[in-house]
Design a protein around this ligand. Structure first.
Ligand code: NDP
Ligand SMILES: O=C1O[C@H](COP(=O)(O)O)[C@@H](O)[C@H](O)[C@H]1O
Length: 501
C-alpha cells in the first residue's frame, strides 16, 4: 500500500469521532496502515494539532481499549472554512509540509464527512489549487459519504460534478452496509457453494424478504432525518445493495469492475413501480408515541428537530419484481423502520414447497417449506430450515433448523465496516464501494415512489405505535397462503433481543 495522507473534511463532526478515527486507530493497532502515514483533520473549529489529538483520540470515548500514543503523533489539523477558496492554499501547503516530514509522497485520500451541500464545493476548490492532479506514480482519491443526492436528478448532477474533478475510478462512494462481513458473505454463500446456486432462481424460490429493523428512534438526528425518510436513508442504498448481492448474476471475477458491472445490470432489471401502482406496492409509516418496556417513547412528530405535522416516513416496505431470466415472477419484499421491536437485519430466501405433499405436517400441511435465513446483524450467521420426521408412528413432518453462527468460525471480533472500507480505499480497491452508474439506477427505481409519496395526497401515511412491526397493512404486501414476514426475533439470544415488550 502506498504511503499517504488521509484527509478528513468534517474532522470535528460526529461521524469522524464515532466511526472514522476509531476505525483508523484500529488499523494502526493491527499494523495495517502504511509505514508512512498521516491523518489531517479539516473543519472550521479552531483546534491546534494538540487539541485535535486530545479531542479526536485521547478523549474519544468511541475508541476501545488502551490508546497507543504513537498514533496521536500521526494526527494533524488545519482549521478552514471549506466554503472559502483561500483555505485550500493552507491545506495544500500543510500537505506539502507533511509530505516532507512524513514521507507521504503526495498521495492523498480525501474523505468528505461534511454536510452534503459541500460535496460539490470541496472537490471543485481542491481542483482549483491542483490537489486533484497526480504526478508520476501518485494517487489522489476521494471518499464521499451518503447521501449521494436527494433524488435521481440531484444524484446525476452530483456525479457529473464530482467526475469533472476526479476520474470515476478515484471516487469512492461509501455504503457502510457493503463493509459488513455478512453482506460480503452473501456472495460467498452463493458462489462458493455448489448446493445453493443451482436452486437460486425462479424454479425453486417462492419469494425473498429483506428486513432491516431498528429499535431506536431518530434521536438527535431529527433535522437530517426529516428531509430524508426511510426510503432515502435505508432503501435507496443499503437495502438495494443487499438485494443486488442476493440477486445479481455470478461475476466472471471477484474484482471491482466485474462485481460492480453485475450489480449495475441487476439494478437495471428492477421493474419500475409506476406512480399509479405505488399504493399497491409500497407502504409507508411513521411511529407514534407508546410505552415500551416501561419507557414512554415519543412519537416521531414530537422528536427534536422534526416539524409539526411532518409527513416523513420512518417505515417503508416494498414489493417488487426483477425482470430478468433468473427472477421472472419471484416477488421481493423489503422493509425497514425505526422504533420497531428489535435491531436486526436479515434476508429470508423462501423456497417453494415440494410439488406434491406426501406427508402430514406437524404444524399444518402448508407450513413445511425450506427457508435459508441469512442474518446480517446481530449474531451474524446462517440458518437453514427444513422438514424432518417426528419420531414415532406415521410420517409427521416438523420444521427443524440448522444454525451456523459466525462467532463459531473465529474468535476474532467481526471488524467494523468502516475499518474494512477505509483500508480498501487506501489500497485502491473499490469493490465494496458504490459506482456512480449504480447509484443513479437505484435512484431511478425509488424516484417514482418518492414523487408519489410527496405529491399524491391519496396515498396514506400509516401511524404505528413505537415498538411494533410497523403498519399492519404492510402484512398484506406478502402474497400467498400462510406466508407472512418472518419475525427476526425468533433466533435472537436474550442479550440481543429487544422483542419482549
Ligand atoms: N453521523 C453518522 O452516523 C453518519 C453520517 N453520514 C454523513 O456524513 C456526513 C457527516 O455527518 P456528521 O459527522 O454526522 O455531521 P456533523 O454535523 O456532526 O459534522 C459535520 C462536519 O462538517 C464540518 N463543516 C461543516 N461546515 C463546514 C465548512 N463550511 N467548512 C469546514 N467544515 C465544515 C463541521 O465542522 P465545523 O463546524 O467545525 O466546521 C463538522 O466537522 C454527512 O453528510 C452525513 O449525511 C452518513 C452516515 C452516517
Ligand atoms: O446509514 C444509516 O444506517 C443506520 C443503520 O446502520 P446499522 O449499521 O446500525 O444497521 C441508520 O440508523 C441510519 O439512520 C442511516 O443513516
Amino acid at each position: 500500500m502506498k504511503a499517504q495522507v488521509f484527509v478528513i473534511f468534517g474532522a470535528s463532526g460526529d461521524l469522524a469521532k464515532r466511526k472514522l478515527i476509531p476505525a483508523i486507530y484500529e488499523l494502526h493497532r493491527e499494523q495495517l496502515l502504511p509505514e508512512h502515514f498521516a491523518l489531517l483533520g479539516v473543519s472550521r473549529t479552531e483546534f491546534s494539532d494538540e487539541a485535535f489529538r486530545k479531542e479526536a483520540f485521547a478523549e474519544n470515548e468511541f475508541i476501545k481499549g488502551e490508546k497507543d500514543p504513537a498514533f496521536a503523533e500521526k494526527l494533524f489539523y488545519e482549521p478552514i472554512d471549506t466554503l472559502q477558496p483561500e483555505g485550500y492554499e493552507k491545506v495544500k501547503s500543510r500537505l506539502a509540509e507533511l509530505d516532507g516530514a512524513q514521507q507521504t509522497d503526495g498521495n492523498y485520500l480525501f474523505y468528505l464527512s461534511t454536510p452534503p451541500s459541500l460535496y460539490t464545493k470541496i472537490p471543485a476548490f481542491l481542483a482549483k489549487v491542483g490537489l486533484n492532479k497526480t504526478g508520476e506514480g501518485q494517487v489522489r482519491r476521494l471518499i464521499i459519504e451518503k447521501p449521494f443526492g436527494y433524488d435521481l436528478e440531484s444524484a446525476v448532477e452530483l456525479n457529473r460534478s464530482l467526475q469533472q474533478y476526479f476520474p470515476e475510478e478515484a471516487i469512492y462512494r461509501i455504503d457502510h452496509y457493503l463493509g459488513k462481513e455478512t453482506v460480503q458473505n452473501l456472495l460467498v454463500t452463493r458462489f462458493a457453494n455448489g448446493i445453493f446456486e443451482p436452486l437460486w432462481n425462479r424454479n425453486y424460490i417462492h419469494h425473498i424478504e429483506v428486513t432491516s429493523a431498528e429499535h431506536i428512534g431518530v434521536g438527535s438526528r431529527g433535522g437530517y432525518y426529516d428531509s430524508s425518510g426511510a426510503l432515502r436513508d435505508m432503501v435507496q442504498n443499503h437495502l438495494l445493495q443487499i438485494v443486488a448481492h442476493i440477486a445479481m448474476e455470478p461475476p466472471i471475477n471477484a474484482d471491482a469492475e466485474s462485481i460492480r458491472g453485475e450489480k449495475l445490470k441487476l439494478f437495471k432489471s428492477l421493474r419500475p413501480i409506476q406512480r399509479s401502482e405505488v399504493a399497491q406496492y409500497a407502504v409507508r409509516g411513521q411511529y407514534l408515541e407508546a410505552k415500551v418496556r416501561g419507557e414512554e417513547l415519543k412519537g416521531y412528530r414530537e422528536e427534536e428537530g422534526v416539524p409539526e405535522g411532518s409527513m416523513t416516513e420512518t417505515y417503508a416496505a416494498l414489493k417488487f419484481y426483477i425482470d430478468n431470466w433468473r427472477w421472472a415472477g419471484v416477488p421481493f419484499y423489503i422493509r425497514t423502520g425505526k422504533r420497531l421491536p428489535t435491531k436486526a437485519t436479515e434476508v429470508v430466501v423462501y423456497f417453494k414447497s415440494p410439488p406434491h405433499h406426501l406427508f402430514q405436517s406437524h404444524e399444518n400441511m402448508m407450513n413445511v417449506n425450506n427457508q435459508l435465513i441469512i442474518r446480517i446483524q446481530p449474531d451474524e450467521g446462517l440458518l437453514l430450515q427444513f422438514g424432518m420426521k417426528v419420531p414415532g408412528a406415521g410420517f409427521v413432518v416438523k420444521n427443524v433448523e440448522m444454525d451456523f453462527h459466525y462467532s463459531d468460525l473465529t474468535d476474532a471480533d467481526v471488524p467494523d465496516a468502516y475499518e474494512r472500507l477505509i483500508l480498501d480505499a487506501m489500497k485502491g480497491d473499490a469493490t465494496l464501494y458504490s459506482r456512480g452508474d449504480s447509484v443513479e439506477e437505484a435512484w431511478r427505481f425509488v424516484d417514482p415512489i418518492l414523487k408519489a409519496w410527496k405529491e399524491d395526497k391519496n396515498i396514506k401515511l400509516f401511524g404505528y405505535p413505537a415498538g411494533t412491526w410497523g403498519p399492519e397493512v404492510a402484512d398484506a404486501l406478502i402474497e400467498g397462503e400462510r406466508v407472512s414476514w418472518r419475525n427476526p426475533c425468533r433466533n435472537l439470544t436474550d442479550s440481543q433481543n429487544f422483542c419482549e415488550l
